[in-house]
Design a protein around this ligand. Structure first.
Ligand code: OXD
Ligand code: MN
Length: 594
């Protein structure tokens, strides 16, 4: 085994992994092109990967996971803090020692006959002020190759950790036999430790993403006075060349990746507007030297939901994965030309193979070709609208935080919170109506999802909301990002979406930015500041000012019901919910009283 570091804490820990997992061989991932290529070739030779059409999709591979292992498993994700209270009521909790023992008993000896890959990885640009480092051991080449896309990996990370530091995250992944009853995604924040056991699905095992960059990092952020959020980052470039940035949080199935890579409507393009993607999923946010908040995307690639991605909904995502070095998981294949296919793409293949590997005729079959949560993993560098600030070690200044959800009747197209505290309330009260397909649940049930972080806050939710309030107190009021809520999913009485969405969402983002600059007035309402209908640009849309007016109505009776739901949710979070948020709830109640 060729070691790539002399750091004793790392070498000692790797030895504990060898003793526990008992691999035949240990390979340190240096991140070189040659090493990664050799691993891809090996995965092709064993059938773990299928190489796709080199001419059409250079350096792209297909992989399928066990059909029982195709999504994040929130019910098997545990925060193993010393006390249950520290994990809080939204997280599953396990006693730390019992959790180690249970997981170690499951994974002991499970690398026998296999290779252990040691992946050093960095969240954020290596050596940058935001950067944090981790090691993940895995028995899966698929994990190595995906981590190589969505994080920065290899020798340079070990060099950045240096010979003496113990400040790195310890990650263990063991594929085992994918037994769903013994599947555990466990985090021990006090030990900076992650285990992913009995899974090979990305969101569970690509530990840089949800496990580290959100669950562990949210703990570090609270201790160190910054924020780890489930937010995209985008920049809007104005015709004068200036660019302003916002971050936005949405629960799943609300079009987050599409917004992150938005294509402006034609008349904006003609005027010289551009939208740049800094990140599609996660933001690490800190106060900068000028007293404003700055956000970086700690990731290096995208791990996006494939179905529904097409040249209309998100050409930038499709081009990102088509231009090469991407991995496609649980999608369908076109066997004629050995390319990928998924629902929402044109030209379903007649001679196809579904995500399970069965022969599949996309023209006649009533079954889906791709699994609904099938994914593409693509390098961010492939994205045609990637921001030039993507690698800026100091991040980008945040003008606005945007929250949103899927609400058929309640929330207007957009509104602005009155101040930071009210904005934290808006984020804390966030909820989205379930879509039947996604969860097999009743349609339209509101799932409360504070800041879209419900499955990702690595500690008690009320304490997290307090941290949001505390962050606001650190920033001078004139430098605080303004906080907004959007709802692209308002429906009319016939059940039709009222707002066209997709690229046209830029029209709403421009109102948001104008508010941040104090360039446009607003109407004070019981729930916050709303646009004057004529201030939302509808030029070129099949939408009238009256339609916009209808999208901006605030139905007090519905908001009274909403306030009851918020109160019930806050109560379910226990007594750590800050009093300030109950004060905001009282204000809302008073404002919408009969
Ligand atoms: C994701 C998620 O995959 O939030 O990004 O589930
Ligand atoms: Mn996400």
């Amino acid at each position: 085994m060729e070691k790539l570091t002399n750091n004793k804490s790392i070498l000692d820990w790797v030895q504990t992994r060898i003793d526990l997992l008992q691999p035949d061989k240990v390979v340190w991932i240096d991140g070189s092109k040659e090493q990664i290529q050799a691993l891809k070739d090996e995965a092709v030779s064993t059938g773990e990967f299928i190489k796709l059409n080199e001419e059409k999709l250079p350096d792209c591979y297909f992989h399928r996971t066990n059909p029982n292992d195709v999504a994040r498993v929130e019910d098997r994700t545990f925060i193993c803090t010393p006390t249950k209270e520290e994990a809080g009521p939204l997280n599953n909790w396990m006693d730390p020692d019992e959790a180690y023992k249970m997981c170690d008993d499951i994974i002991r000896g499970s690398y026998k006959g296999k290779t252990m890959y040691v992946i050093p990885y960095s969240m954020c640009k290596v050596g940058s002020p935001f950067a944090k480092y981790g090691l993940e051991v895995t028995d899966s080449i698929y994990v190595v190759c995906n981590m190589n896309i969505i994080t920065r990996i290899g020798q340079r990370v070990l060099d950045a950790i240096g010979p003496d530091s113990t400040d790195w995250i310890k990650g263990t992944h063991a594929s085992c036999n994918s037994d769903p009853e013994k599947r555990y995604i466990n985090q021990w924040p006090q030990d900076n430790t992650i285990y992913s056991v009995n899974s090979c699905y990305g969101g569970n095992v690509l530990q840089g993403k949800k496990c580290f960059a959100l669950r562990i990092a949210s703990n570090l952020a609270r201790q160190e006075g910054w924020q780890a959020e489930h937010m995209l980052i985008l920049g809007i470039e104005y015709p004068n060349g200036e660019t302003k940035y916002l971050t936005a949080a949405f629960p799943s199935a609300c079009g987050k990746t599409n917004l992150a890579m938005l294509v402006p409507p034609k008349h904006y393009v003609d005027k010289g507007y551009k939208v740049w993607c800094v990140g599609d999923d996660i933001s690490w946010i800190r106060k900068g030297p000028d007293g404003r908040l700055y956000a970086v995307n700690p990731e290096y690639g995208f791990f996006g939901v494939a179905p529904g991605t097409n040249m209309q909904s998100n050409p930038n995502a499709l081009l990102s994965c088509r231009s090469g070095s991407s991995i496609f998981t649980n999608v369908a294949r076109n066997l004629d030309d050995n390319t990928f296919w998924w629902e929402g793409m044109p030209d379903a293949p007649e001679n196809g193979e579904d995500w399970l590997g069965n022969p599949w005729n996309g023209k006649t079959s009533t079954e889906k070709g791709a699994y609904p949560n099938s994914r593409f993993t693509a390098p961010a560098k492939n994205c045609p609208c990637l921001s030039s600030e993507f690698e800026n070690p100091n991040g980008v200044p945040v003008s606005a935080f945007v929250f949103g959800g899927r609400r058929a009747k309640l929330a207007p197209l957009v509104y602005q919170a009155r101040n930071w505290q009210h904005g934290v309330f808006v984020g804390a009260a966030m909820g989205s109506e379930t879509t039947a397909a996604a969860q097999g649940q009743k349609v339209g049930v509101v799932r409360h999802d504070p800041m879209a972080m419900r499955p990702f806050i690595g500690y008690d939710c009320g304490t997290y909301l307090q941290h949001w309030l505390d962050m606001g107190k650190k920033i001078d009021e004139d430098k605080q990002p303004k906080i907004f809520n959007v709802n692209w999913f308002r429906k009319d009485d016939e059940g039709h979406f009222m707002w066209p969405g997709f690229g046209d969402n830029l029209r709403v983002l421009l109102w948001i930015m104008d508010r941040c600059e104090g360039k446009v007035d607003a109407v004070e309402t019981p729930i916050g500041y709303l646009p004057k209908p004529e201030d939302i640009d509808i030029d070129g849309l099949d939408v009238t000012v009256d339609d916009v007016k209808a999208m901006l109505t605030v139905d007090k009776a519905l908001w009274r019901e909403e306030a009851d739901g918020i109160e019930e949710f806050f109560k379910s979070l226990g007594d750590t919910v800050p009093q300030e948020l109950y004060d905001e709830l009282a204000t809302l109640r008073a404002n919408v009283a009969e």
